[in-house]
Write a protein of this length. Sequence first.
Length: 202
Amino acid sequence: MYMVNEHIIKSDERIPIKAHFNSSDIDVISADSHFHGEIELVFVCEGSINYLSEGEVFEAKKGSLVIFNSMTEHSAKTDGYVSIILVQFRTNLFSHLCNKNWNYFEDFFSQDFKYLIIDTNKNPVFSQIHELLSSTVEEINSKKTAYEFSIISNLLKIFTLLFRNVTIDSQNEVTNTHANNEILTYVTENYNQDLKLNEVAE
């Protein structure tokens, strides 16, 4: 299995989504290489995970959001305690809500990337993502009245943040649009001043 102490809430007929809250305090846990048709979001709440995806190895630390595109092969291994939230869904979950000219999901996930890793600690814009994913798991578990609306609302909020603040370059590297805009704004406002690199960084 992916993790020990795993709480898995399977999708039901009312909404095609899977959500997991996983935690482990044993020495070594791992997930064999696998792939699936769903988009996968992984948020690392505590600890860190080492991933192998499409021949590339990377580490996701506390505060990292990892996005695996559909059909991307990946495996995971970690040492020590780790706590993550994992959500899987297909983008057609939103198809009946979106105007045919709203191609945000199609445009974002057709950029030929296999996975993205975003450090939410570095951008306050992304501070809501942990809370929104936690709420999604809680809603699926509780199945309170109109929980479907709440889940879809949470995911739309998450992807609105991503669509507005993340761009992917030709090397599939993530660019923090929000951070770049802050730098440009600072430079513009202080154009006539003598700028030092450490001042811009702050």
